[in-house]
Design a protein around this ligand. Structure first.
Ligand code: ATP
Ligand code: MG
Length: 569
């Protein structure tokens, strides 16, 4: 039989020792007495395999565990009340630190008496408001209010909670419209999910990633042909205001309808009317069935606008780590940068270039680094990101645009001039690049797109000369003529994404001299005619291209025949 060991916080008197020995059934055992100040108070008795813990330290640990259990896995609405409950209980022990709000301005608070605060920690402010710690100063901490903006005043009590912002995630979020903290705002009731994730979490490391090699078709010809995107890639959409940035991203979401790719659209700092227009477009075309919308509009506080994209990424991550492919659209990160600038200036951080704080690059890089193709070990899911940036007067060398260009794997540059002249989507073929997507382009498209790119490049070079009204020879004329027709090929109405097979077929139909006899201005309608002829007279052709992902010699021959038949009438 094992002997007893009695550990106490302070040395015990002889009487206390006798008392303990008489209570233990210790006739055949010895009892050893030890002192351990770490117990704070009380005693711990062990007999080798059993342990009776009556120490203050043990009680505190148990209370901490029960607080953690009741907070994890609870919907957001319950977190605040449970925090209140748990911490009012523990407060008597003096373990949880409490401070007081010393000043408030536009969702940013400063609080004193919280020397143990950590950056990113959640604070309980007043009765039920939550704030997130941003600044640690010598005498106070700066935090941003996530709830209760406008309600909290100076003098309100603040408590540390030792947790960071978590948001509801999981499949229950699909089809829903939620606010910046994952709270439902679509009037469709509570979100029933057991899963929660930290809004901010580290990006997958080098060995957690796989090569971007599968195509993510956007259904937009100009993008899939010239700047192809792969699953796990981050491709920036950049352009002035009203150049079709949102429309391009929404078309990419619509194109995922039958592909199994899930989508997250996060609206940051936009007008309420614009966001409701987007939601309506997604609903009307059935895309809400696989999409989550996270919205922090211009009327929400800058603090919520700042948090929204991280929340949306957490939602995308949950799905990606289940092995699914996710497309996330950040619309847009310029407004996110502005929200962060507002917060930073209110937090009295030093202003840097264009008054943005020095760490705005890190704010965006740690967000976009979370989009990746995951390795097989992690389930092989992916997050592809389409961040949007708005430029002023097409200046892509401003601070925020250059930052995000350098973080992403390429950019789709939308040109105001092209947009005005009717080339929509206004993709500037010369300035747009995709740094990894080439290897992820479907073979069917890759095999036909080379000539297209080359002809468009030659057209761009020569078009410059004709601006001066120079006389041109026959050969140049032919290049210009073909270039103008190919530009027409890339024009596409909004809300009508193509399938990969349709894109490959259409691009093939512009090869060789097939366009020669079609007059300028009629290329689009002619090609549409051919496509609908193919759908009725050669129904299996597009199916076979879609299934194999290749454009075989037989497919090409059949396309040639269809073209002749359709244009003969
Ligand atoms: P903002 O800067 O205000 O966010 P934006 O760059 O996101 O604008 P959109 O809102 O997508 O631009 O589009 C601007 C206008 O252009 C809309 O009226 C839209 O209908 C139109 N548009 C966009 N794409 C096309 C297209 N491919 N064909 C025709 N019209 C288009
Ligand atoms: Mg927009």
């Amino acid at each position: 039989m094992a002997n007893y060991v009695v550990t106490s916080a302070k040395p015990l008197s002889d009487k206390q020792k006798r008392d303990i020995i008489s209570r233990l059934d210790a006739t055949e055992r010895t009892v050893a007495f030890l002192v351990d100040e770490a117990l704070i108070g009380g005693i711990v008795i062990s007999d080798g395999d059993k342990l009776l813990d009556a120490s203050v330290k043990g009680k505190l640990n148990a209370a901490g565990r029960s607080a953690a259990d009741s907070i994890a896995n609870r919907p957001l609405e319950h977190i605040v009340s449970s925090l209140k409950e748990e911490f009012s209980h523990i407060e008597h022990t003096g373990v949880i630190q409490a401070g007081v709000v010393s000043s408030v301005s536009d969702g940013v608070i400063f609080a004193e008496g919280l020397s143990g605060a950590k950056v990113g920690e959640l604070l309980l402010v007043g009765d039920d408001s939550l704030a997130m710690v941003m600044n640690l100063e010598e005498d106070d901490v700066g935090a941003i209010l996530l709830t209760g903006v406008g309600k909290v005043g100076a003098g309100a009590p603040v408590r540390l909670t030792d947790r960071i912002v978590t948001v509801p995630v999981g499949e229950a979020l699909i089809g829903r419209v939620v606010g910046a903290l994952g709270d439902p705002i679509d009037g469709a009731g509570r979100i029933e999910t057991e899963f929660f994730r930290r809004a901010e979490s580290p990006a997958p490391g080098i060995f957690d990633r796989a090569k971007v090699s599968e195509p993510l078709c956007t259904g937009v010809k100009a993008v899939d042909a010239i700047v192809p995107i792969g699953k796990g890639q981050r491709e920036l959409i950049i352009g002035d205001r009203q150049t079709g940035k949102t429309s391009l991203a929404i078309d990419a979401i619509l194109a995922q309808k039958h592909t199994g790719v899930l989508c997250v659209y996060v609206a940051i700092g936009q007008k309420n009317s614009t966001v409701s227009e987007v939601i309506k477009r997604l609903r009307d075309s059935g895309a809400m069935a696989y999409t989550t919308v996270v919205s922090a509009t211009a009327s929400d506080s800058p603090t919520l606008q700042y948090v929204a994209p991280y929340t949306a990424t957490a939602m995308a991550e949950e799905l990606a780590y289940q092995g699914k492919d996710v497309l996330i659209v950040y619309d847009d990160l310029s407004k996110h940068a502005v929200a962060y600038r507002t917060i930073s200036l209110l937090l009295r951080r030093p202003a840097g270039r264009e008054a943005y704080p020095g760490d705005v690059f890190y704010v965006h890089s740690r967000l976009l680094e979370r989009s990746a193709k995951l390795s097989k070990r992690l389930g092989g899911g992916s997050i592809s990101a389409l961040p949007i940036i708005e430029t002023l007067a097409s200046d892509i060398s401003a601070y925020i645009p250059t930052n995000v260009i350098s973080i992403t794997d390429g950019q789709i540059f939308l040109d105001t001039e092209l947009f005005r002249s009717g080339v929509r989507p206004a993709v500037n073929v010369g300035l747009s690049v995709s740094r990894v997507g080439g290897s992820a382009q479907p073979n069917a498209i890759r095999s036909v797109v080379k000539g297209l790119k080359l002809d468009l490049a030659r057209y761009r070079d020569m078009a410059v000369f004709t601006e001066f009204g120079a006389d041109v020879d026959e050969e140049t004329k032919a290049v210009l003529d073909r270039g103008a027709k190919l530009t027409e090929l890339l024009i596409q109405p909004q809300g009508a994404p193509y399938t990969m097979a349709e894109e490959a077929a259409e691009i093939y139909l512009t090869s060789g001299d097939k366009l020669t006899n079609i007059p300028k201005g009629q290329v689009m309608s002619a090609l549409q005619r051919v496509l609908s002829y193919i759908r009725s007279a050669h129904p299996d052709l597009l199916k076979s291209i879609a299934e194999t992902g290749e454009l075989t010699e037989e497919n090409k021959a059949e396309l040639d025949v269809a073209f002749t038949e359709a244009t003969r009438e």
